[in-house]
Design a protein around this ligand. Structure first.
Ligand code: ADP
Length: 163
């Protein structure tokens, strides 16, 4: 039986409770998981990739099953170079499906040995997205149910908003 080594790539800009839910499910499923901040996905991110790595590491301090890294370039290339044979992705809604489906099949044609595995978050996070959180926060809304307090504070600082 071959061993599954899973990579969970994403923008995590910012990290949300939905991402955290997925990371917990992924580490339970695969025994351990590497979360990777992919640097070339968002053109003008709120947080630098180093800041995103730091925030991820903080959330999983003390949890030896969760590793955090960042890279620039193609996810499948990174998987092949670093011995990952599973890409973990989250599926929230039908609207996620189309894009994720295309990406999974493209990645499979580039690297047939790397399988994409989809995991659904808990229902309460199934509509949480980093993009909407940014809009709600900038519009003065309450985002506390979507992301950890220390990440919200750092976002408020970035946007010059009162905490
Ligand atoms: P990307 O730019 O790669 O889509 P994201 O940080 O937006 O980066 O998302 C990374 C992965 O996490 C994607 O598979 C996305 O579907 C998933 N994801 C994002 N938010 C949630 C959530 N609330 N619940 C479950 N999965 C999520």
């Amino acid at each position: 039986m071959s061993v599954s080594r899973a990579l969970y790539p994403g923008s995590f800009d910012p990290l949300t409770y939905g991402h955290l839910d997925l990371i917990r499910r992924g580490s339970a499923l695969f025994g351990e998981i590497t979360v990777a901040v992919v640097e070339n996905q968002t053109k003008s991110p709120v947080f630098t990739s180093e800041e995103r790595v730091e925030m991820l590491k903080y959330q999983f301090r003390g949890d030896a099953r969760v590793h955090v890294t960042n890279f620039r370039g193609l996810v499948v290339e990174y998987c092949l170079k670093n011995g990952f044979n599973v890409i973990l992705r989250g599926l929230r809604t039908v609207s996620d499906f189309e894009f994720e489906y295309q990406m999974a099949l493209t990645n499979r044609s580039l690297a047939p040995g790397v399988e994409t595995v989809f995991v659904m978050p808990s229902e309460q996070y199934s509509f949480t997205s980093s993009r909407l959180i940014k809009e709600v926060l900038q519009g003065g809304g309450d985002v506390s149910r979507f992301l950890p307090p220390e990440i919200e504070s750092r976002m408020r600082l970035k946007y010059g908003l009162r905490s």
